[in-house]
Design a protein around this ligand. Structure first.
Ligand code: SF4
Ligand code: SF4
Length: 118
């Protein structure tokens, strides 16, 4: 009977300084992520390569580039990789992370290079 208390979705998301090296992602410009917030997968990850940027979207044409308007290095990260020592309640608490994946064409070819097993 208890009404569920606020769903807490907007609870203070800390931001993390992010360098992204996935140049094939539509959100990437100058190693910045223009998406604003990302989701990192890796529920059972024990090593970096078992994580992935779930927000990756392949750039189909070079002409479609991120405009610079939302480029910032500080973004909110929801992370499923709870085996990582920087993960607290699925938020990334690292100050600085890197997403790797070079020329990935799918999200599974990307990874959080900063994953560090507990
Ligand atoms: S791969 Fe992820 S972190 Fe990198 S630009 Fe794309 S959405 Fe952003
Ligand atoms: S550093 Fe850890 S908690 Fe942060 S995004 Fe990467 S895997 Fe997730």
């Amino acid at each position: 009977m208890l009404a569920e208390g606020g769903n807490g979705k907007e609870e203070m998301m800390e931001k993390t300084y992010l360098d992204c090296y996935v140049t094939s992602c539509v959100y990437n410009a100058n190693n910045c992520c223009g998406k604003g917030d990302i989701v990192v997968n890796g529920k059972d990850a024990k090593v970096n390569r078992e994580t992935a940027c779930d927000s990756f979207k392949e750039r189909k044409s070079d002409s479609f580039k991120n405009s610079a308007n939302s480029l910032t290095k500080d973004i909110a990260i929801v992370c499923e990789a709870t085996n990582c020592r920087f993960n607290e309640n699925k938020n990334c608490k690292a100050e600085h992370i890197s997403i790797a994946g070079g020329n990935a064409s799918t999200s599974t070819e990307t990874e959080c290079a900063s994953f560090d097993a507990r």
